[in-house]
Design a protein around this ligand. Sequence first.
Ligand code: CMP
Length: 142
Amino acid sequence: MRMTIERTLSIIKPDATRRNITGAINHRLERGGLRIIAQKRIQLSQGQAERFYEVHAGRPFYRDLVAFMSSGPILVQVLEGENAVVLNREIMGATDPVNAAPGTIRKDFAESIEANSVHGSDSPENAEEEIAFFFSTIEICP
Ligand code: CMP
């Protein structure tokens, strides 16, 4: 299979910053073959969280998700590597930690389907949009 260098947007969520495990999660990402080419710690306003998760507006978990994602600091990151979108999803594991494979971030660190420690883009197209939501080109240093 031909490999492509891709970028994906990663978020280390408030449950992980609260437990001070951002370094442990970054180690998993780097060990898995991804390079952190941009990173910053921010706290989303409710409005910013609403906009970021707009695709989920109307889903039953939307209000709780917005409240949780704006409840504390997060780390937003741009990850780069071969097939970064799919690779990051493999390293993260399934959305619900109950279904996550052994050795994945969510299996080992997530508290619940909501407080599931990390977010990752689900396609290269969404990755481009999500990266532009948080980062300007000058902040990305490959
Ligand atoms: P994330 O990858 O950040 O994208 C949307 C988030 O909604 C998801 O991870 C979960 O943390 C959260 N969520 C909460 N409940 C659900 C649910 N029932 N199905 C999917 N996602 C959920």
